[in-house]
Design a binder for this molecule. Structure first.
Ligand code: NAD
Length: 492
């Protein structure tokens, strides 16, 4: 917490930028330099309630705005996001630490969701059937829910709010965004640009706060649905608490992703892709590879190829040219990751590449890539989400053994296989129990027109984010059965 006495106005409520009167300040720090980028008074329950009230007030007119008109704001928003992409990416890099290229990449993924949501006049259509009985017709129409909210994590400050916001408002809902208090500046810029589209006041509101802000959203009777992305313990809390308060909830949780490296894979190419997946964004991607399960000959060749690449990764400030990996988000995070590595070693893992020291400027939260081998099933490293640049190697007897290892893991966000065999690939796709599957792909991130899946402890709910699932999540289905008897029709 900060000792600062002034802060920027971080909340956008009913079309105005509002500084919370809360006495609880939070400093937004650049993870690469420790410089304070801004100080924010964390929203208190009254701020959040005001945002929900503004969204409630905007809802009746917004839901009556034809979908075709609603999406015109999103077309303008897309253009503004593209025009300001470098500037937004810079803000993301400064507050999150990832490289400029990674920030631009995530923004692009976010823009693609805006594009898909522009298809709402088609995507939101229901269906109908004439003559379900003689002269009686039936139709299903989709209607917006009302006020919906999204609570988002630190690791994708631009993309993850955009997994939800465009679909929610295109469907006619009004929206409250509660981004991670560690990276609110990107979200703030997104909302400023949205404002420039002329979007009616109160349709999108922003509150920057912590747990008490989340609790206010969870308990507020006017919030009809909650979308959450973050760690599994918080996902479980939000899912239970939201449901207890009668809300529709979708929660994307933490991850522990494995790749299987088969002996028939192109090992040089595989090493490059796995290295990018494990160490890109400093391992702070929910689709990052955390464990590589090598089969047969791959157990000898793959580690050598991987270590060669991992040792050469250039760590530094994500704004600098040529940097491939930035810092982790906070000093606490760095200490937590180093502690987990230490614990893993105590429990029998073997250090192949030690990244705990020597990365980047001493002021920043830098780690270098770490590679460990012999991480047994019982080792804490195996089942714990590390969320840092650490890759564990394990040998599997065969593909069945590797799939069983994945199945025993509590998480189910993503898994991938590297192979040149169609048969192995098909078996893996069929049997591996994760919501996202890669075949010779290191980060199997679904495009905006597919659901961002996730199973087991990585997802709680029914409908996922993005695409058609997003539209179904943000609408209620209404079924109408209609009869117009001829004899009731007045003659003029
Ligand atoms: P986090 O769970 O700490 O925070 C996420 C959000 O919840 C933030 O807005 C935060 O303010 C709020 N929050 C934190 N603690 C809370 C509490 N006790 N009660 C109520 N709200 C609380 O997650 P993070 O550290 O910001 O993000 C990293 C996590 O997100 C990782 O576990 C990662 O795997 C996960 N993640 C998952 C996906 C996915 O698609 N499954 C995508 C991105 C990130």
């Amino acid at each position: 917490m900060s000792t600062a006495t002034t802060s920027i106005a971080a909340n956008h409520i009913g079309g105005a930028w509002i500084r919370s009167l809360s006495a609880e300040y939070f400093d937004i720090k650049n993870p690469a330099t420790s410089e304070t980028l801004a100080s924010i008074a964390l929203a208190e329950p009254s701020d959040v309630a005001a945002a929900v009230d503004a969204a409630s007030a905007a809802f009746p007119a917004w839901r009556r705005t034809p979908p075709q008109e609603r999406i015109q704001y999103l077309f303008k928003f897309k253009r503004l996001l593209e025009e300001h992409s470098t500037e937004i990416a810079r803000i993301t890099t400064e507050e999150n630490g990832k490289t400029l290229a990674e920030s631009l990449g995530e923004l692009q993924r976010g823009i693609e969701n805006v594009e898909v949501a522009c298809g709402i006049p088609t995507l939101m259509q229901g269906y109908n059937l004439e003559d379900i009985a003689a002269g009686i017709d039936e139709m299903m129409i989709r209607q917006p829910l009302g006020v919906v909210a999204a609570i988002t994590p630190f690791n994708f400050p631009a993309m993850i709010p955009l997994w939800f916001l465009p679909y929610a408002i295109a469907c006619g809902n009004t929206f409250v965004l509660k981004p991670s208090e560690r990276v609110p500046l990107t979200a703030r810029r997104l909302v400023e640009l949205l404002e420039q589209t002329g979007l009616p006041k109160g349709v999108v509101n922003l509150v920057v706060g912590g747990k008490s802000a989340v609790d206010t959203l969870l308990h507020h009777p006017d919030v009809k649905a909650i979308s959450f992305v973050g760690s599994t313990p918080v996902a479980k809390y939000i899912y239970a608490e939201g449901a207890a308060h009668g809300k529709r909830v979708q929660c994307q949780g933490g991850a522990k992703n494995f790749v299987v490296v088969m002996p028939d894979a192109d090992l040089e190419m595989t090493a490059k892709i796995v290295s990018d997946s494990a160490f890109g964004c400093a391992g702070q991607r929910c689709l990052a590879v955390a464990g590589a399960l090598t089969v047969g000959e791959a157990s000898r060749e793959f580690p050598r190829a991987l270590l060669e690449l991992a040792a050469k990764i250039r760590v530094g400030n994500g704004l600098d040219d040529g940097v491939q990996m930035g810092p982790v988000i906070t000093p606490d995070s760095k200490a937590r990751i180093s502690g987990l590595i230490e614990r893993g070693l105590e429990q029998g893992a073997e250090m192949l590449l030690d990244g705990r020291t020597g990365g980047g400027d001493a002021q920043g939260n830098f780690l270098r890539p770490t590679v460990l081998a012999g991480v047994s099933e019982s080792n804490d490293l195996n089942g714990t989400e590390i969320f840092g640049p650490v890759l564990s190697l394990r040998e599997a007897a065969d593909l069945d053994d590797a799939i069983q290892m994945i199945a025993r893991n509590p998480y189910g966000n993503s898994s991938a296989i590297f192979t040149s065999s169609g048969n192995s690939a098909r078996k893996f796709r069929y049997e591996s129990p994760t919501g996202n599957i890669g075949v010779n792909i290191g980060v199997a991130a679904p495009m905006a027109y597919f659901p961002f899946s996730g199973w087991k402890d990585s997802f709680l709910g029914v409908l996922h984010g993005q695409g058609r699932d997003g539209v179904a999540f943000y609408t209620d289905q209404k079924v109408v059965v209609e009869r117009w008897p001829k004899e009731w029709t007045r003659k003029f």
